[in-house]
Design a protein around this ligand. Structure first.
Ligand code: 13P
Length: 251
């Protein structure tokens, strides 16, 4: 049976009231569903985590953050540490999202420290990789992905076994453009082979980039796709639940 991780990256959206409505809506929709083959993760903003922790206490929803600092505490004004995430009920943390790479200059060196810190603190990193449109058109997609994945050689096999990869082609994020089934299969099978050959691990590889309730069946059914990292459609309980139900239906 295929098992899935369906993850919502809320990005910089949702005040507390909207957080409550969305989580209540998801929780209600999940009642009575058989989630044997589906894990669900939501990643709200930092300011909603405390509330989200309360609302997910007795629900199948796992909680994650969208970023963190690598240090556990100290004089880093404005930053949030892994210990603070654990304290707020997080099990996961998204690291290396293309928006953080693009707007906040996150690179391999910084991401190595963040992933190491996540492992030490028992947070599961959802490590994002992906190419720009220009890189795809210049036929350097696999070169880019190989470089982004190369930092994983700093970690042990046991550590890597807990990692989740999210392949998010940058040109498909928030654009309504989705990679085709062939493109997704080509990249996901390449990543799976790379991870197996280089590190001897088989781990979850999520797809992200305009994944929604309409294309979920085709994308999630693709070999080597073990879930989705969903932006826009995760902000709507009905759409997010529909994607979850699609995952449940794929055996
Ligand atoms: P969209 O689903 O809005 O394209 O966002 C994808 C994404 O970046 C998830 O991390």
């Amino acid at each position: 049976m295929k098992s899935f991780l369906i993850a919502g990256n809320w990005k910089m959206n949702m005040l507390r009231e909207a957080t409550r409505n969305l989580i209540d809506g998801i929780n209600t929709g999940l009642e009575g569903l058989n989630l044997d083959n589906v894990q669900i993760l939501i990643c709200p903003t930092f300011t909603s985590l405390g509330l989200a922790q309360k609302l997910t206490n007795n629900s199948p929803l796992s909680l994650g953050a969208q970023n963190m600092h690598f240090e556990e505490k100290g004089a880093y004004t404005g930053e949030i540490s892994p210990k603070m995430l654990i304290d707020s009920g997080c099990e996961y943390v998204i690291l290396g999202h293309s928006e953080r790479r693009q707007y906040f200059g996150e690179d391999n060196e910084l991401l190595t420290k963040k992933i190491a810190s996540a492992f030490v603190n028992n947070l599961i990193p959802v490590f994002c990789i992906g190419e720009t449109l220009q890189e795809r058109e210049n036929n350097v997609t696999f070169k880019v992905l190989e470089y982004q994945l190369s930092l994983l050689s700093d970690f042990t096999t046991d550590e890597l076994k807990t990692l989740v990869i999210a392949y998010e082609p940058i040109w498909a994020i928030g654009t309504g453009l989705t990679a085709s089934e062939e493109q997704i299969y080509e990249v996901h099978s390449w990543i799976a082979n790379y991870l197996q050959n280089k590190f001897g691990v088989t781990i979850k590889i999520l797809y992200g980039g305009s994944l929604n309730e309409k294309n979920a069946k085709e994308i999630l059914s693709t070999e080597f796709v073990s879930g989705g990292l969903i932006g826009g459609a995760s902000l709507d309980a009905e759409k997010f639940l529909s994607i979850i139900q699609t995952a449940i239906s794929i055996k």
